[in-house]
Design a protein. Structure first.
Length: 114
């Protein structure tokens, strides 16, 4: 899949998954994306970690090191003060996806008519 499609939504994907789970670490996020999309979308560490660091610097995510199974990992959670902004971003993303569906008439592609 063209990586530019994912790039525009990567921050929203990360924030949504972290919000949904409560907290998560990088590798877990990559697995979640791959599993949910049945491998259509994959996110490599080279793309993910800069986004996590950027969101942490902006104060949208809070990172905390924890040791589990004798292995330290940095877990990220959503900063409470950014809940409303995340809601708006999610609403905007849904509207954008709906607009793309109307342009490409995805149902006709599913039927082999597109």
């Amino acid at each position: 899949m063209n990586k530019t499609y994912i790039k525009g939504f990567l921050e929203d994907i990360v924030v949504h998954l972290i919000r949904e789970k409560g907290e998560s670490y990088g590798y877990e996020l990559t697995r979640m994306v791959e599993e949910r999309t049945k491998g259509v979308i994959t996110i490599n560490e080279g793309a993910l970690y800069p986004v996590l660091h950027k969101l942490e610097q902006k104060g949208i995510l809070v990172g905390e090191f924890k040791t589990t199974a004798n292995r330290p990992r940095k877990y990220y959670r959503l900063a409470i003060q950014h809940q409303k902004a995340v809601d708006k971003n999610q609403t905007d993303a849904k509207a954008y996806i709906a607009a793309l569906q109307s342009i490409f008439n995805f149902k006709s592609f599913e039927n082999g008519n597109g």
